[in-house]
Design a protein around this ligand. Sequence first.
Ligand code: AP5
Ligand code: MG
Length: 210
Amino acid sequence: MLNIVLFGPPGAGKGTQSQKLIAKYHLVHLSTGDLLRAQIAAGTELGLKAKKIMDEGLLVPDEVVIGMIDNALQSNQQAAGFIFDGFPRTVAQATSLDRLLAGHGTGVQAMVALEVDEEELIKRLLERGKTSQRPDDQDETKIRRRVSVYHSETAQVAGYYATQAKFHALNGIGGIETIFGQICTIIDQHQPTAPKASATPATSVSEAQA
Ligand code: AP5
Ligand code: MG
C-alpha cells in the first residue's frame, strides 16, 4: 500500500493537492475535516459536538478523529493506499495511525509538508470564505486561531515523521501544477517496489496479493 500524509497549516493546499493525487495514484482520500463536516451535515450527535469546536478553529478530541480513521481503514481494506489530509494533527494521532496501519500490515511511507506563510494563508482562506459554506473561513480572527493552533499543537507532528526519515517539506506557494509535480517526485521515491516476477506462479488469491 502507498500511504502518504499531506501536511500543512489551514489553507496550505492539502485538499487541492489531495484531489489530484488520488486521481493519479488511485488512492483513497481521508480528510478528517471532510469526515467531520459530513457528520455535521448528517446532524449526528458527533457532528453537533464537533461543529462548536470546528467553528472556533480548535481541535476535535483525538479519540473522535482516531475512531473515524479506524472506521475508514476498516471499510477500505481493498484500497491501493491512502492520502491522509489534515490527519494526524497531534503526536497522539500520529502514533495511533502507525498502530492502526500496522494492524492492516502497512505503514506511512512519507509525509509531505506544504509550507505557506501566514499572510498568504489568511488571504487564501478569506477569499475562499466569500463563496464556501465553511463557518471557520468567515472571519479573520477565527482563521488566525486555526493557524495559531496549527503552530502550538500540530507543527510538532513533523518532528515525529522526521525522526523516521519520512519528512519532506515543499514550498506551498506557487502554481498548483508545479507543486503537484514536486509532490509526485517525492511520492515516486517512496512507491513500494513491485514484487519481482517469480518462477513459481502464485496459486491462490492470497498468495497473489501477498
Ligand atoms: P480541515 O478541514 O482539515 O481544514 P484545515 O486544515 O483548516 O485546512 P483547509 O481545508 O482550510 O485548507 P487546505 O490545506 O485543505 O487547503 P485547500 O486546498 O482547501 O479542518 C477543519 C477543522 O476540523 C479543524 O480546524 C479542526 O477543528 C477539525 N479537524 C480536522 N481534522 C482534525 C484532526 N485530525 N484532529 C482534530 N481536529 C480536526 O486550499 C485553500 C484555498 O487556497 C482554496 O481556495 C484553494 O483553491 C487555494 N489554493 C490551493 N493551492 C493554492 C496555490 N498553490 N496557490 C493559490 N491558491 C491555492
Ligand atoms: Mg482541506
